[in-house]
Ligand binder design. Structure first.
Ligand SMILES: Cc1cc2nc3c(=O)[nH]c(=O)nc-3n(C[C@H](O)[C@H](O)[C@H](O)COP(=O)(O)O)c2cc1C
Length: 330
């Protein structure tokens, strides 16, 4: 537990009351409730992805949170994708936020938009909000809106990757004086300790946890992660309209990595871009859900980061955490 005997105790672990500064990042569509619970139970913290919990795994939101609670009594977090949050989506997000607070969640990871309203709700009950940032400009804006720290998403991350290396991003964001967490490229003890050496207080990992026993991802997906090297990760904007890291499977090679000319124009337009993103979100949501749960038999849209190069087995979340924390030989 947190305390003088735990070498990983720091400002971040104390803030969240967890043992190890290791976050199992939110993943659409890979955040199955058992994976989230296992990460918290093993001493890190699992982040709920509300769309995964409801749309992919079919839980009513509150019942889903209670199910996770039945698997672990330790803290969990919730991801809020606040981009363009207006209309029906915003209403749904606010409901999820209120239910999360009612069910005792106190840690939130915001991404893509202005986190102000999430901060305003969280702050009333002593909640903590960390914002995903890929550069200092976005981080500064989020800080002006009251966040407590940053998940620094670098150019090795799975999902929507950033442009900067872990070191360059730390150098940009750490002068803001808030806690920073490294997201991207961490998959083993060596990369975990590299991130801590740079000065990050912890890590957020996605890809490593997809290749775990508790992950509901299809075996084809887990095997693709084990077999791939960092060089097999490519960025495609064919999935969501913004670049996403995926394994360069034969299907991705056939499809190409760039959205078509018309789609690109619509994505640039002030009014059309929201509509276009929504369209992509629905289409990609269906494709990603099918690929991750049904495997290569559907289509190989396997999102992953460059940490694939550090992953060579499928093991339990507890074993993954123990391997990271073991200082011997790092
Ligand atoms: C399949 C997949 C889906 C993701 N979905 C989300 C998401 O819905 N929300 C979010 O904030 N981050 C998302 N991420 C980013 C992760 O939370 C985490 O920051 C990232 O995976 C870290 O990089 P790594 O994969 O190299 O460990 C996703 C990542 C992956 C691999």
């Amino acid at each position: 537990m947190n305390g003088p005997d735990n070498p990983y105790t720091n400002t971040f672990t104390r803030l969240l009351d967890i043992e190890s500064p290791i976050i199992c990042g939110a993943m659409y569509p890979c955040s199955n409730p058992e994976l989230v619970a296992a990460a918290s139970e093993a001493g890190g913290i699992g982040i709920v992805q509300p769309i995964s919990l409801t749309y992919v795994y079919g839980h009513d939101y509150r019942a889903g949170l209670r199910y996770i609670r039945s698997l672990t009594g330790k803290p969990i977090g919730v991801n809020m994708l606040v981009e363009g949050s207006s209309g029906t989506y915003r209403k749904r997000l606010e409901e999820w936020m209120d239910i999360s607070l009612e069910e005792g969640v106190r840690f939130f990871v915001t991404a893509l938009g202005n986190p102000r309203w999430v901060v305003d709700k969280a702050i009333q009950v002593g909640g903590i909000v960390f914002h995903d940032a890929t550069n200092a400009t976005h981080a500064k804006k989020a800080l002006d809106n009251g966040v407590n720290g940053f998940i620094c998403v670098n150019n090795r991350a799975g999902g929507h990757a950033g442009d900067l290396t872990p070191q360059a991003l730390y150098d940009e964001i750490s002068p803001l004086g808030m806690p920073t967490i490294c997201a991207g490229g961490v998959g083993d003890r060596h990369t975990f300790h590299e991130a801590l050496k740079i000065g990050y207080l912890g890590v957020q990992m996605g890809t490593r946890f997809i290749a775990s026993k508790e992950s509901a991802a299809h075996d084809d997906y887990k095997n693709a992660i084990i077999e791939s090297k960092a060089a097999d990760i490519v960025l495609t904007d064919r999935i969501s309209g913004v670049p996403v890291s995926v394994i360069n499977t034969p299907y991705i090679k056939r499809l190409g990595l760039k959205a078509g000319w018309l789609a690109r124009q619509l994505l640039k337009g002030r009014w059309t871009k929201h509509w276009m993103r929504a369209f992509y979100a629905i289409m990609s949501g269906m494709k990603l859900k099918k690929a991750s749960l049904w495997g290569s038999g559907y289509r190989d849209f396997f999102q992953a980061g460059k940490s694939v190069g550090t992953i060579d087995n499928v093991t339990s979340v507890a074993d993954i955490m123990n391997e990271l924390r073991d200082d011997h030989g790092s």
